[in-house]
Design a protein around this ligand. Structure first.
Ligand SMILES: [Cu+2]
Length: 469
């Protein structure tokens, strides 16, 4: 992937709001707008200010805002509760008002202050959540309430409301996202990390720097990424079985942190669960983890302390011990009626890290389609994909045409490997699959929860492709 930044990159925040507005236009039907000219709904002015409640309960979940049409008196407030399992917020578009990001079960009071009467669009700002259904309208009653607060909302009603949905625009948007794939964005993750030093006794020394940085999630869309060594995912660390390993972790975050080696066998005091097994690594401090990689692993590294915030924002990476085929064997012979030759060469071993929340939202290896990286292989190649779920929801990963032989779960070789065209990966799980690139063409690989892969503006999020040449 190229490292050139597009000029539009700095417009990321603005683009987010514009995209959200476009999403509302394209989704049609979702919008109920009070407008004197459209006649689609009674103007709010007909309703006295005191008829609308001063306080309204609003509930967020995957992926819904309830009620979808919020009615509140001018000067009132919204009591917003996140009843879902992911982080969500509620932002009032065009009003510079919103709740902080709310964890599962958290609530916040959003005072409307002197927000002018009118109709506003509301949405969750986590990438992908608005187009998955987390949108609604907020009608502020009182005063000269027939005045629409947002010209954009007014315009949408005339062009695309209800039966007037612009179907051609939907088709054009889908075509445009495919045409843009694979899109170039600045920087990508999963680079192999070489030891910065090998000590006399053979210990391999690696360095991870935890920090916050700008991350180009999709072309031109910059988000606040949290990660290791400036990329999402962080670099891949791969060592041999039996290696002695040191990992120096520098903390440049504004809060304490730790690193848990998920799926890797370590001494208890290296397990990375502050304050249980170690003290927090304070901002500006560092900590050196040390252990022997004594068992093969398809592991991952991520913080344990406040992982609910750090992981969704991008703090994760792959930690591999040993080689697929020898240390982590796959079968040869016949499995489920399909032959696997004994002498296959694995041309690529690809960590595919799934996420669905936080600042990076629905993504594969830290990127949203069309910025996701395709898997490019020659016909008859064999590859291994390690699916990792670092998110908060399950993701059924579907590869078109070529079946996936699931041969290891969480790094443990399976006694009964099986072919699947859709591999369901729950949070924390890893599945290792073997794929034979038997058929030429561009074959889509995507999460089959369709709102994780498509929205009104076209394909996005958890979509990439295997290109067989
Ligand atoms: Cu999904």
């Amino acid at each position: 992937m190229a490292t050139k930044m597009t000029e539009e990159a700095t417009m990321g925040t603005i683009a987010t709001v514009v995209l959200a507005a476009i999403a509302m236009v394209l989704s049609g039907g979702a919008l109920i707008v009070a407008s004197t000219s459209s006649g689609a709904a009674p103007p709010p002015a007909e309703q006295a200010a005191d008829e609308a409640p001063a306080t309204v309960q609003v509930t967020l979940s995957e992926f819904d805002v309830v009620p979808g049409a919020i009615e509140v008196a001018a000067g009132g407030s919204l009591e917003v509760t996140n009843a879902g399992s992911s982080e969500h917020d509620l932002a009032i578009v065009d009003a510079d008002l919103g709740t902080p990001m709310l964890g599962a079960g958290e609530s916040a009071s959003l005072s409307l202050g002197d927000l002018a009467p009118g109709v506003y669009e509301v949405l969750c700002t986590v990438p992908g959540h608005d187009s998955s259904g987390m949108t609604g309208t907020l009608t502020v009653h009182g005063g000269d309430a027939t005045t629409l607060a947002s010209d954009a909302v007014d315009a949408e009603d005339h062009s695309d409301h209800g039966d007037d949905t612009d179907w051609e625009a939907l088709d054009a948007a889908m075509a445009a996202t495919f045409a843009a794939f694979p899109a170039e964005t600045a920087a990508h993750g999963n680079e192999m990390l070489e030891p910065e030093e090998v000590l006399e006794d053979g210990t391999k020394v690696f360095r991870l720097v935890a920090s916050i940085f700008e991350w180009e999630l999709e072309p031109g869309l910059m988000v606040e990424g949290w990660g290791y060594n400036g990329t999402i995912p962080g670099p891949v660390i791969k060592v041999d079985v039996g290696d002695r390993v040191q990992v120096i972790v520098e903390n440049e975050l504004p809060m304490g942190t730790d690193v848990h080696w998920h799926g890797v066998r370590v001494p208890n005091d290296q397990d990375g669960v502050a304050p249980l097994t170690q003290d927090l690594i304070a901002p500006g401090e560092s900590f050196t983890y040390e252990f022997t990689a004594d068992e093969p692993a398809v592991g991952m590294y991520h913080p344990h302390n406040h992982g609910q915030k750090k992981l969704p924002n991008g703090m994760f990476g792959a930690f591999l011990i040993g080689d697929v085929g020898t240390d982590i064997p796959y079968p040869s012979g016949t499995v489920g009626g399909r032959d696997i030759p004994e002498d296959i060469d694995i041309v690529a071993e690809i960590p595919m890290i799934l996420n669905d929340a936080g600042t990076i939202g629905l993504s594969l290896n830290g990127k949203s389609f069309p910025a996701t990286e395709p898997i490019v292989v020659d016909q008859d190649d064999w590859i291994v994909i390690h699916y990792y779920n670092e998110g908060l929801q399950i993701h059924p990963m579907h590869l078109h045409q070529m079946p996936q032989l699931v041969f290891a779960k969480d790094g443990f070789p399976l006694d009964a490997p099986q072919w699947e065209d859709t591999v369901n990966v729950a949070p924390g799980e890893r599945f290792s699959v073997l794929v034979h690139a038997s058929d030429p063409g561009v074959w889509v690989l995507h999460c089959h929860i369709l709102t994780h892969a498509e929205r009104a503006e076209g394909m996005f999020g958890m979509v990439t492709a295997m290109i067989v040449e």
